[in-house]
Ligand binder design. Sequence first.
Ligand SMILES: Nc1ncnc2c1ncn2[C@@H]1O[C@H](COP(=O)(O)OP(=O)(O)OP(=O)(O)O)[C@@H](O)[C@H]1O
Ligand SMILES: [Mg+2]
Length: 227
Amino acid sequence: MNKTDDIEVRVEDVWKSFDRGRIEVLKGVTLLVPKGGIVALCGTSGCGKSTLLNVISGLEEVDRGLVSVSGKNVVDERTRISLLRHRIGYVFQFHHLMPDLTLLENCMVPVIAAGGNRAEGMARLHELAKTTGVEHRLGQRVRELSGGERQRGALVRALMNDPELLLCDEPTGALDEKNRELVFDLLLELVRARGRTLILATHDPELARRCERCVRMRDGRIEGEGV
Ligand SMILES: Nc1ncnc2c1ncn2[C@@H]1O[C@H](COP(=O)(O)OP(=O)(O)OP(=O)(O)O)[C@@H](O)[C@H]1O
Ligand SMILES: [Mg+2]
């Protein structure tokens, strides 16, 4: 697993603080995830899960340490943008869909940004929306959708370009139990069928157990493995 080619995500001794170093959030995190790995990040609120996902995606810069995705160093801005457009799908903790656009328009944004084919994008959108149960809501503005519909919509958007790496921050947090199972099953199925890599932050031990690995974080450090 240490062969460079097999590693999709490499985080080495990463430090990240906010407020000019006054708030230290990541304190020497090292995490290697091979291609096709399915990893849950667990730990109490505030331990740094979302921040770690943000530095992996390149949305947050690190103070120190190394982050690379598919062998590309996530430091250079052009690399970061290219990774986010073409290789990384991100389901944010608070969905970040644009409220005044319809769900369909939101989901087509990544396709357009990546210069993809619109007809193919629309076909994929309908397929993904159908499997996640939001097809009938595609024409609706996001601000009119329920929390669960927004979350499922955010998952659809993240999957539009069939990303090699999917980062999910509490992807089922706004769903009831039945839908949580449905969406999580679907997520695992999609990721496994295509050999994609998944890193997800979750508070839910049941979901964490169903991942291949569960990495426990505590106060900005990796504490160990297992739920
Ligand atoms: N932009 C920021 N500026 C200042 N502090 C921040 C910023 N982002 C995160 N933090 C702080 O960093 C710590 C870790 O936040 P983070 O969102 O990574 O935690 P988390 O493990 O995802 O928590 P939760 O389970 O509640 O989502 C928190 O104390 C938070 O207040
Ligand atoms: Mg979080």
